[in-house]
Design a protein around this ligand. Structure first.
Ligand SMILES: Nc1ncnc2c1ncn2[C@@H]1O[C@H](COP(=O)(O)OP(=O)(O)OP(=O)(O)O)[C@@H](O)[C@H]1O
Length: 312
């Protein structure tokens, strides 16, 4: 048997019950396989940290964007040598599945098998968010996809307020409607690459490594996972209903041609503002003030898109 070690971290409530057996059947004959199933809200990060620290070659996050986010944070807290060995993979079983759109992967076990056997590993950048203050002092949160403030983080906040028994898609769309009715732009100040200062009222501010959020909205059409940059998308002085008017263009992942929408490529961004919650990869992370920077080539990833590791 190949000594290659595969560890799967499955979201206990999102994945089909038959999946662990299917994974064992598919991969168990050829690789060493461990399957861990999350039982609580915070276990994926700890499971990922333990798996990488103990040494594994492929760590596969099986769930939605939240599970992948936690697994990335577990990997990035592991010692550097262990991180260099592992490649992250994803089998999406969420409702949004936005990050995997930029990796070109689906929930197909066959596709995952093909990527592993072909060694289709690509190095991607990550965003590193540092939140100041709070009783615990400074806190670092890593993200693969998008950090945002404004209407998107208000929608995530609203989802968290709804009862847990609501189906995820119902909670999401109901939260969009409620937030659109109530949301007002927030004043923020941005410092771009420790230089230019931008102040204004924003309905939405996104700092993107990946291209999609909000279940397939291509909010950052120019974002690439491996360009060493983050794409900042600022939507200023617009009302909620203007945001709705931009949706068809966002769905096509095209730039919105409107003077209130501005795109910038940055290496770092400092954000201050009153009462500005921040979401990362669909999870609430805290409030501004915040510092976000790109860490180029931070993570090895199984991907069907982009240049393979070592390719010239
Ligand atoms: N067994 C479990 N029971 C309850 N909650 C869990 C369990 N495992 C993980 N979670 C929580 O579920 C959330 C992540 O779910 P998921 O991976 O589906 O992300 P998501 O953000 O809802 O994804 P998407 O937007 O793609 O639908 C996290 O808040 C996580 O802490």
């Amino acid at each position: 048997m190949d000594q290659t070690r595969l560890v799967f971290i499955l979201h206990g409530q999102r994945c089909p019950r038959s999946l662990p057996n299917r994974l064992l059947e598919k991969f168990g004959q050829h690789f060493q396989v461990d399957i861990h199933i999350t039982t609580s809200a915070v276990s994926a990060e700890a499971m990922a940290l333990a798996a990488v620290t103990q040494g594994c070659d492929f760590l596969i996050a099986v769930g939605g964007d939240g599970t992948i986010h936690e697994v990335i944070n577990g990997v990035m807290r592991a010692p550097a040598a262990a991180r260099e060995r592992v490649a992250l993979g994803a089998l999406p079983f969420g409702t949004g599945n936005d990050f995997v759109r930029s990796l070109g992967v689906s929930d197909s076990v066959e596709q995952l098998d093909g990527l592993i056997r072909a060694g289709q590993v690509r190095r991607i950048d990550l965003g590193r968010l540092t939140l100041a203050g709070g009783p615990e002092g400074e806190r670092v949160v890593w993200f693969g996809n998008i950090a945002s403030l404004g209407i998107s983080s208000a929608i995530v906040e609203q989802v968290k307020r709804l009862p847990r028994w609501l189906p995820a898609s119902v909670a999401f769309y109901w939260s969009i409607v409620l937030t659109l009715l109530r949301y007002r732009p927030r004043r923020m100040q941005l410092v771009v690459d420790d230089g230019e200062v931008i102040s204004g009222e924003f309905i939405s501010l996104c700092v993107a490594n990946g291209r999609y959020f909000g279940s397939g909205l291509g909010i950052a059409p120019l974002a690439r996972l491996d360009d060493g940059l983050l794409e900042v998308v600022m939507i200023a002085n617009a009302g909620s209903w203007d945001f709705v008017r931009f949706l068809p263009t966002l769905r096509k992942a095209q730039p919105v041609l409107d003077k209130r929408v501005r795109y910038l490529s940055v290496r770092s961004l400092r954000i201050t503002g009153q009462n500005c919650p921040l979401e990362v990869d669909g999870e609430l992370a805290g409030h501004a003030p915040a510092h976000i920077e790109v860490v180029p080539q931070a993570l090895r990833c199984l991907s069907a898109l982009g240049a393979q590791e070592g390719a010239h």
